[in-house]
Design a protein around this ligand. Structure first.
Ligand SMILES: Nc1ncnc2c1ncn2[C@@H]1O[C@H](COP(=O)(O)OP(=O)(O)O)[C@@H](O)[C@H]1O
Ligand SMILES: [Mg+2]
Length: 588
């Protein structure tokens, strides 16, 4: 590469200086020739004038030699030998009449000499050539005088100018050599200047191995650079591809998070917002533009304040906000400052992680409500038992009749506690199950018959008749114990909340992939505004009545959870004073 540049500069220097030398030389030469020509012309005029009164025959070689001498000294006192004039007189036919060199007799016919021909035609003629007689480079000027009918020819040597030319050529060669030296220096400097950054780049990136440079390609710095750039391009492409992949991965992660995520810069403009955050604040994801102020998109003062505080205070903030968007929602916010990769002091914005904890809060509330309900439910029979035991100890034990009555009550209360605890255990067991693993096929009718015999006494006491309308071939695949619990609770309710002379009818039939079981009674029914709540734990329409009949308030809750365990549901249709119809749907 460097060699090429230097060579190029040298060639350029030689061409330019040669061109300049040639043109100056040419110009000087032409000028000098013209100068000589015009002085010869002047000389010719003078000599013609000197000879104007002479007869041609009188003009001999000697005379011309004298004139030549005279002219030379008058015109150019410094004339050197080479510049000596030769004067020749020629007649129009070309014969030499006289010659200052005294050779008129030996000189041949001159009619074919170019200057003579030209003079005859135009009055004046000139030519430059080597003299046949002297062998010198000469310039000839011929002037034709018509009055004298003779041609006066003066010739002068050009050796002087040839000497000058040689000197010029010498100078020019020196100039060319100097120009070459300067331009080589410049070329080396320039190529260093041009190539150094390329070389540095190549060095930084690792020099390509010779065999890696493509065949037929340049092997100099540019070749190496082209290889290096190729390698760099491939590396950059690879980096871009990796970055794209990483971006896509991050996007996927952020978008599939089950929490909302919003990032803002320190001027509170949105940097990123994920689909869950959009959903939580009721935004359609497509309408949210990055880079717009957050307040313009989400008009929530609390959220804004938390982010502002996080950025200003450079600290993590945990808080909760309530949203009233399609019902009350409770959001937990975890806001933290976002720092640049390198330093930790100044944040460049903030990130808030948003979790919808409405459901969790609801469950928490339900749990604590349940605990207080259980405590309350347990306390009542215990207080009762405690009271009767105290009374017995105080002396009632001595009265056999009273004592027996009190002990009966204590037994009933203890039973109630046992039933309550059984129900609570049953419920918590079902609730903790995700699905039923213990499924066995069994016929529903025999199960219903078992329940019938269990509840027969209670039914006849109440004056209620039980009807079973179940296909004996109807087979269920479920946990028999749980299905028994379900039916027992419903039929028990049907009897308990019935009227004397009423009926309870159990029907069951297949409906597609499900079995539809109905427990229908002709009892007191349920007021419309309670039908939604009777499946809640401990919820009773008439607390006193339920308690009086030994109810725990957990029966329907157990029914609902069992139905759900089998991928089904339970519904109630009821008319106050007329009766209720509980429908259970269960996947077979
Ligand atoms: N068949 C029914 N007829 C009328 N009311 C009913 C019937 N079944 C349930 N209920 C009402 O629903 C409430 C909840 O029933 P349940 O959960 O079985 O508790 P419990 O029977 O122990 O009171 C009952 O207290 C009662 O008020
Ligand atoms: Mg019940």
């Amino acid at each position: 590469m460097r060699r090429r540049i230097v060579a190029l500069y040298l060639v350029l220097a030689v061409i330019v200086s040669a061109l300049i030398s040639y043109t100056t030389y040419r110009y000087a030469y032409d000028m000098y020739i013209n100068e000589v020509k015009s002085s010869l012309q002047h000389e010719a005029v003078l000599i013609s004038y000197m000879m104007k009164d002479m007869k041609l025959d009188d003009i001999g070689d000697k005379y011309l030699a004298d004139i030549s001498e005279a002219v030379m000294s008058s015109f150019d006192p410094n004339t050197k030998a080479g510049a000596k004039r030769r004067i020749t007189l020629i007649d129009p036919a070309g014969d030499v009449l006289a010659d200052s060199y005294g050779q008129s007799l030996t000189m041949g016919n001159h009619s074919e000499r170019p200057e003579v021909k030209e003079a005859l035609a135009e009055g004046i003629g000139a030519d430059i050539r080597k003299s046949e007689t002297t062998g010198l480079n000469l310039i000839y000027l011929a002037s034709y005088s018509k009055s004298q009918s003779a041609i006066l020819r003066i010739s002068a040597s050009l050796d002087y100018i040839i000497n000058i030319r040689n000197t010029i050529i010498l100078y020019e060669i020196v100039a060319i050599i100097v120009a070459m030296a300067i331009s080589s220096l410049l070329a080396i400097k320039l190529s260093n200047y041009a190539i150094k950054p390329l070389a540095l780049l190549v060095k930084k990136y690792g020099r390509p191995r010779k065999e890696n440079l493509k065949k037929g390609r340049r092997e100099d710095e540019v070749g190496e650079l082209s290889y290096t750039l190729g390698a760099m391009t491939r590396d950059i492409e690879e980096i871009i591809r990796e970055l794209k992949e990483r971006n896509a991965r991050v996007d996927t992660i952020i978008n599939s998070m089950d929490a909302g995520l919003i990032a803002v810069d320190n001027t509170m403009h949105i940097l990123m917002i994920n689909p869950i955050a959009c959903k939580l604040f009721g935004l359609s994801g497509a309408s949210v533009q990055m880079g717009v102020p957050l307040v313009q998109v989400i008009r929530n003062r609390q959220l804004n304040n938390i982010l502002l505080k996080t950025i200003a205070g450079n600290k993590v903030i945990n808080d909760q906000i309530n949203l009233y968007q399609g019902g009350k929602r409770i959001l937990s916010l975890h806001a933290s400052p976002v720092y640049p990769m390198d330093k930790k002091e100044a944040n460049i914005g903030a990130l808030v992680y948003i979790h919808d904890i409405t459901q969790i809060r609801k469950l928490e509330e339900m749990r604590s409500e349940f605990v207080s309900n259980v405590t309350h439910e347990l306390k009542t029979p215990l207080t009762s038992i405690h009271g009767f035991v105290e009374t017995l100890k105080d002396g009632a034990i001595n009265d056999a009749k009273v004592a027996s009555k009190f002990l009966d009550i204590i037994e009933i209360e203890a039973d109630r506690l046992r039933i309550l605890i059984d129900d609570i255990l049953e419920l918590s067991e079902i609730e903790s199950m995700k699905e039923e693993n213990d499924r066995q096929p069994f016929a529903l009718l025999p199960l219903a018959q078992e329940i019938e015999s269990m509840l027969n006494n209670a039914a006849s006491e109440k004056g209620v008749t039980l009807h079973l309308q179940i296909d004996p071939h109807l087979i269920l695949k479920a946990n028999r114990h749980r299905m028994k619990q379900l039916l027992l609770n419903l039929v028990d309710n049907g009897i308990k909340y019935n009227k004397p002379g009423g009926t309870v009818t159990v029907t069951a039939e297949q409906a597609g992939s499900q079995v539809e079981i109905h427990v229908k009674d002709t009892g007191i029914g349920i007021p419309l505004d309670h039908t939604d709540r009777i499946f809640e734990r401990f919820y009773r329409v008439d607390k006193g009545r339920s308690r009086a009949m030994g109810g725990t308030g957990l029966g329907l809750s157990i029914v609902k959870h069992i139905a759900q365990l089998y991928g089904g549901s339970v519904r109630v249709m009821s008319e106050e004073g007329k009766g209720s119809d509980f429908a259970v749907f269960i996947e077979r």
